[in-house]
Design a protein around this ligand. Structure first.
Ligand code: PGA
Ligand code: ZN
Length: 417
């Protein structure tokens, strides 16, 4: 058995939106790893740069000329060294030379190759014997905002979060029930509803935010009663997409309303209370740490999660921790580039009592690695849609992990605060 990297290959593939992306193979003498990078649509400003100028073609050129010759011969078992080498080759703070997505695909494929060389599933290679907890699935049921066009809600995502389920299988099945129930409700509400779905497999319909919240609240309650455990309701407001810097207001186009910061805070607080939301992501734009802190102080029993504000970055998270802004953080590996960077952020988050929520991107591939990372790094929530190929790839992998763990499988500790 050897974990020394013998060869590496990069190629162009497509993501679920049909956009070009990069896929990397890492080959050791006794193992193989493959990973492909996702892409966001409502990206945070402080995310790393996905590709160098020239896109995926240029990234592959850089891979062949600069990266592969440096990494071949190194030991895949030393993940930190591989990730450090990627930073050194790039030599910028935002991966603009080789591309953050190039770094991501190499970093993850490398971990997979090392795990495979040992004959271990990735979650066990990274998390050891202690990794036996399954995350709760947080899934997008109705889409709005930048993920849709036309007359859909201004809020980007209306999400279901079953918690207190006994198994991942039951939790994932509850989300699917909610997704189906919402379809029936939408058919009843709008004769013109044609079953359209967004990139993430969530319904797209002619709805206001309030109508979407009502439909979701009913569906979550009904399914909670049917399955006998709690199915909570959440939203990703993706407020940076609503924030107009010139007006200094949140512009809700569909609703025709414009809110100042204080009014936004009141609005969010009001929907949390009225609909018993258990999860709110990005209620404010990415630079407004203060409002995040104020909301976190003012609400109870609700996760206030930062995505665009933190971009999986330890420094941005440190600022949040200092101000007690939010109590949960979205972890998207390709916001920072490497596994080591993401793990550092997850550990810092946990030390400060923030819940790490590992997440897909709206444009994704059937790459299932985040399923393993959720278990390995003990993230109690995985945000990865309810249906659609790229989402189901991750859900189904978690079902395989649950089966593999057998009696040792246990759902994560998740107390909604
Ligand atoms: P993105 O959005 O993947 O399109 O950036 C998802 C999110 O905002 O959580
Ligand atoms: Zn988000």
């Amino acid at each position: 058995m050897s974990t020394v990297i013998e060869d590496m290959i990069a190629r162009k593939v497509f993501n679920s939106r049909g956009d070009e992306t990069i896929e990397v193979d890492v080959i050791t003498s006794s193992g193989f790893g493959r990973a492909s990078a996702p892409a966001g649509k409502s990206r945070g400003k402080a995310e790393v740069v996905y590709y160098p100028h020239g896109g995926v073609d240029e990234a592959i050129k850089k891979f062949e000329e600069l990266i592969a010759p440096e990494l071949i011969g190194l030991n895949a078992d030393f993940q930190e060294e591989i990730d450090k080498a990627l930073h050194e080759i790039d030599n910028t703070t935002d991966f603009r030379v080789i591309g953050g997505n190039t770094a991501f695909a190499i970093s993850v494929a490398n971990a997979e190759a090392a795990a495979n060389s040992y004959g271990l599933p990735l979650f066990q290679y990274l998390g050891g014997y202690a990794a036996h907890e399954l995350p709760y699935p947080l899934g997008n049921v109705i889409s709005g905002g930048k993920h849709t066009h036309g007359k859909s809600p201004d809020i980007q995502e209306f999400l279901a979060l079953p918690y207190e389920a006994d198994s991942f299988l039951e939790a994932a099945a509850a989300n699917i029930k909610i997704h189906k129930k919402v379809k029936d409700a939408l058919k009843k509400k709008d004769k013109l509803f044609n079953g359209g779905k967004s990139d993430e497999g969530a319904w797209t319909a002619n709805l206001t935010d309030t109508e979407a919240l009502e439909i979701m609240a009913n569906a979550c309650e009904e399914v909670s009663n049917e399955v006998g455990f709690k199915c909570g309701l959440g939203v990703d407001v993706a407020s940076s997409s609503l924030w107009n810097t010139e007006k200094e207001k949140y512009v809700y186009q569909r609703e025709g309303k414009e809110l100042e910061s204080g009014e936004q805070l009141e609005f969010i607080k009001q929907i949390i209370e009225k609909y018993h939301l258990v999860y709110v992501e990005d209620p404010f734009h990415e630079e407004d740490y203060e409002s995040f802190a104020e909301l976190t102080r003012k609400v109870k029993n609700c996760l206030i999660c930062g995505d665009d504000i933190f971009v999986t970055n330890t420094e941005r998270l440190a600022q949040g921790i200092k101000m007690q802004a939010a109590n949960a953080i979205i972890i998207k590996l390709n916001q920072v580039g490497t596994l080591t960077d993401a793990l550092e952020t997850i550990e810092a988050a946990k030390r400060a009592g923030y819940i790490p929520v590992i997440s897909h991107r709206s444009g994704d591939t059937c790459d299932w690695h985040i399923a393993h990372l959720a278990v390995a790094f003990k993230c109690p929530i995985i945000k990865t849609g309810v249906v659609e190929g790229a989402r189901i790839a991750k859900i189904n992998e978690l079902l395989r992990i649950e089966e593999f763990l057998g009696d040792r499988a246990k759902m994560a500790e998740l107390q909604i605060l």
